[in-house]
Write a protein that binds this ligand. Sequence first.
Ligand SMILES: Cc1cc2nc3c(=O)[nH]c(=O)nc-3n(C[C@H](O)[C@H](O)[C@H](O)COP(=O)(O)O)c2cc1C
Length: 197
Amino acid sequence: MSLPHRILLIEGHPDTAPERLNHALANAYADGALAGGHAVRRLVVGTLDFPLLRSQNAWQNGPVPEGLRGAQGDLVWAQHVVIFFPLWMGDMPALLKAFLEQVARPGFAVGPEGASPFGPKALGGRSARVVVTMGMPAVVYRWFYRAHSVKALERNILGMVGFAPVNETLIGSVESLGDKGTSRWFKTLEKLGRGAA
Ligand SMILES: Cc1cc2nc3c(=O)[nH]c(=O)nc-3n(C[C@H](O)[C@H](O)[C@H](O)COP(=O)(O)O)c2cc1C
């Protein structure tokens, strides 16, 4: 039995409709995590109000948008972060990328300007999981497309700010899962939640 963890779920789907598979998967993970005695917070990116980041100067010197200050606090609070998103045009939806660009600021998620990239990581000591749904079979995304966009998120974004380990769950052929396939994935996510994995 693992010790209780503080888990942050980031739901990166721009569409907040509850019938979206991504939200149902996040619900299953949250149910498992709560049943396992863990503390859970949820950020639904589609409900947050923030502008696009438009310049390096704004990134380095501008204030974090008011609507995202709580998100930064949640990241600091969390020991384990799970990011859910649907694959859109081979990558995370633009809204999720926009969220990450705004939140991962110098001095918060990455070292201040001029700091060594090999220095201590701002969000170090945290683990993460990336859960991605897609229309194509997951095996095609992993082996033909080499899962390049998920690797970029895991290594270039999460790895760079200190998350380790970063694991992934790729859920493919979503249109043909059927009730049986969907409930199998819910069970898998519930189990991962219980183990804070
Ligand atoms: C704008 C858009 C782009 C998409 N691009 C891809 C893609 O590149 N590859 C793929 O396998 N599926 C693609 N899909 C299918 C989605 O990944 C799929 O509908 C989603 O994972 C289902 O989860 P949801 O019910 O939470 O939306 C796309 C869907 C949309 C709406």
